[in-house]
Structure formats: C-alpha cells, structure tokens
Write a protein that binds this ligand. Structure first.
Ligand code: UD1
Length: 367
C-alpha cells in the first residue's frame, strides 16, 4: 500500500502536522508517511525553527515555491506538487492537508484531480467573510476533501448546513492543542518572560499579520498609535511577522513604534518562546486564528482585532473577544482584562492532547 502523504506549507501548519506525523510513525512499519513541505514559508524563523523545536523530521521533499501573489503562489504549488505526485513510484494512499493556507487548497485540488483521496484537518471552520483569503481556501478544501476532520462544534454545524454527507465528517478535536500540551513544560522552562525583563501577568503580547490590518496605511497607522498608547500603561511585546515589518517600514511607522516607551519589538519567535509568552500574558491582542485557540486553552484573555472569527467556540466557551475594527472596543476589552478577574474557560471536547490519535484512527479506518 502507498504511504500517507502529509502537506505542510506555512507557519501555522507546522504545529498541526507535528503530532499527526508522530502518531502515524508510531503505528509501526505497515504505515508509511511521506512529508512534503511546499516552501510557502521559507525563512529560518518562519519554518526551520518550528521543524527543530517540534521534532519534525526532514521533509521528503521541499517544493521551494516561495512568495508571490495568491494566484501565482497557489499556481506554483499546484505545478510542483503535481510533478511530485507524478514522480512517485506508487500513488499515495491519501493526502492530508491542514488548516487554511494557500498550500492547503492547492495540494487538495492537485490530489483529487489525480484521483488521490484527501483528508482535511480543521475542516468546517467558516468566518463567512469571503474577503479573507483563508475563507476561500477553507471552502475550496472542504468541497474537495473525502474526509473532513473537525476541530470545534461549529465545524459540524457549518458542514451540515452546506449539505455535506455525514459519512465524510468526523469530530476529532484540535491537533494544535496536542502540540501545546506536549510543549508547554519546555516552553515554561525557557523562562522567556524573565529573559525579556517582564513579570508574569504584567504585559500584553501582540501579533498582527492579516492583510486587513497591515496592508493599508490608515489602518496600520491607527494600530501603531493604539499600541504606542498601550505601552504607556502596560509593557507590550510585539514579535513582528515579516509582512507586517515590511509594511511598517513602507509607511514610515516602524522606528517610532519600535522606540516607543514600553514597546518591545522582536523578530518572529520560535514556537516555545511564543508559547511561554502567551501562557503568562495579562492579555493577548492578535489577528491570528491559532492564537485565539491557544489563549482559550490557556485561560488567557484574548482580544481579536478582526471583524469575524471562524473559531466561535473561543468566544462562547473561551477567553476571546472579537472587537471588529473599532479600537475603542479593543481598549475596553484590554481594560477588562487588566482590571478584572481572569476570564472563565470551559473545557472543549477534543481539545485534550489526543486529537492526532483520533485523526490517524480516522485515516486508517477510511483509507
Ligand atoms: C500566510 C497564510 C495565513 C497565515 C500566515 C501565518 C495564506 C493565504 N495565508 O500568510 O493564513 O495566517 O501565513 O504566517 O496562505 N515572508 C517572508 N518569509 C517567509 C514567509 C513570508 O519574508 O518565510 C514574507 C514575504 O514577503 C511574503 C509575505 O511575508 O510575501 C507574506 O507571506 P505569505 O506566505 O504570502 O502570507 P502570510 O501573510 O505569511
């Protein structure tokens, strides 16, 4: 039988792939796994560091597609992945794609066109905002996948509402939380908080990279002003995504923000350093999807600087507040986090450190 092929492309994929690969490779010699890195993310800080820290082995192939417009990048991934599949002596037993990045949708499309079964991990999430490139990737990938592996209850509702047959859907829980549970002791042991001269629960951690927040001058200027003010009352730690860094420079905002009182600018962090900072933050401000989930699990207040979330469980059972574009609402949410008691978080089914085992069981039962 052919191997099970896992696709990883961009930073948020790596923490989802790591536990699935570990479980697959623990199932003995009858289950072979092939790992393909598309090269969507390529900087050491955006890719290699994660492979090292998460113990992900060398990929069997790196397609080295690099950056580009969405059409260009997606197209390059498709051409390269198609050639890769064509060159295999035996077709894979199935292809596993995770999350919602361009690599996810591109490889799903190539695989189904070659008659190879596809499983989508993190299926069914919807922001209902088609201006987000990730929403398009989610819709396309779910439409094409044979097996839809769902991480939170809204995913089941969304797929049912779209008329997806129940036989294609399994609730497996959240593989990213597997990685968090596995890595948290080592993340704490790094003592990143103390190393940065911070005190636990006395700083804000900020991450921003969505085009809707960083690509337009007016919005990014407003956010930079907001963070400058925030730094005057609470230390702000800001690991800057390459896209955001480029835009801050382009709009002439970078040096004032980097030098603002109370603001610490950092290069993109590795997984453990970031997790160590997340776990001890007073409040996290973000536009990331994964961080909304990680803060929910950790019980840390999260202020999401977006108009929607595809992860509504983080608001209903978790610690997340989606504040939209209104920075007044963001300020109030930060005030509540600073003044109030820690928010309550309820346990979520399948966010238990064992989701990858359920993923692998579902794959082996189906393929
Ligand atoms: C991608 C994902 C997004 C995810 C994010 C996490 C899509 C549509 N978007 O967005 O869902 O939340 O990754 O990071 O797939 N760059 C580098 N080095 C790198 C990678 C990127 O310098 O290793 C720069 C390049 O200039 C590139 C820009 O960042 O043009 C954006 O990278 P890209 O992969 O296109 O999208 P992200 O914004 O990272």
């Amino acid at each position: 039988m052919g191997s099970i092929l896992l696709v990883a492309g961009a930073r948020p994929n790596f923490m989802k792939i790591a536990p699935i690969l570990r479980v697959l490779e623990s199932r003995g010699p009858t289950v072979a796994a092939t790992l393909v890195h598309t090269g969507q993310h390529y900087d050491t800080a955006m890719s290699e560091v994660f492979f090292e820290e998460l113990g992900i082995r060398e990929p069997d192939a790196n397609l080295e597609v690099g950056p580009g417009s969405h059409g260009e990048q997606t197209g390059r991934i498709m051409v390269s992945f198609d050639r890769f599949l064509q060159d295999q002596a035996r077709p894979p037993r199935g292809v596993v794609v995770v999350g919602d990045v361009n690599s996810t949708a591109a490889c799903a499309l190539v695989a189904v066109k070659r008659g190879v079964a596809v499983a989508h991990v993190e299926a069914g999430l919807r922001s209902f905002d088609r201006s987000m490139p990730e929403e398009i990737n989610r819709i396309v990938t779910d439409a094409l996948s044979d097996l839809l592996l769902v991480s939170e209850p809204s995913g089941l509702d969304n797929l049912q509402a779209e008329g997806v047959a129940e036989s294609r859907v399994r609730y497996v829980g959240n593989v990213m939380i597997d990685t968090l549970v596995h890595q948290l002791p080592e993340a704490r042991a790094l003592a990143t908080v103390a190393r940065l001269g911070l005190r636990p629960k006395e700083y804000a951690l900020v991450t921003l990279h969505r085009p809707s927040n960083v690509d337009e001058r007016e919005r990014l200027t407003a956010l930079a002003g907001f963070l400058t003010h925030l730094g005057e009352r609470l230390p702000v730690v800001f690991p800057v995504h390459p896209r955001t860094d480029r835009k801050l420079r382009e709009f002439g905002l970078r040096s004032a923000l980097a030098e603002a009182r109370g603001v610490t600018f950092l290069e993109p962090l590795g997984y453990r350093e970031n997790l160590g900072l997340l776990a001890e933050a007073r409040v996290v401000l973000t536009d990331s999807g994964g961080i909304q989930e990680e803060t929910t699990y950790l019980g840390v207040p999260c202020v999401t600087l977006r108009t929607s979330t595809e992860r509504p469980i983080t608001e209903t059972a978790g610690t997340n507040t989606v504040v939209g574009e209104d920075l007044g609402r963001a300020r109030s949410a930060v005030d509540r986090a600073v003044a109030g008691p820690p928010p309550r978080n309820e346990p979520i089914e399948g966010w238990d450190g064992r989701a990858a085992e359920r993923v692998v069981n579902a794959l082996l039962e189906s393929w």
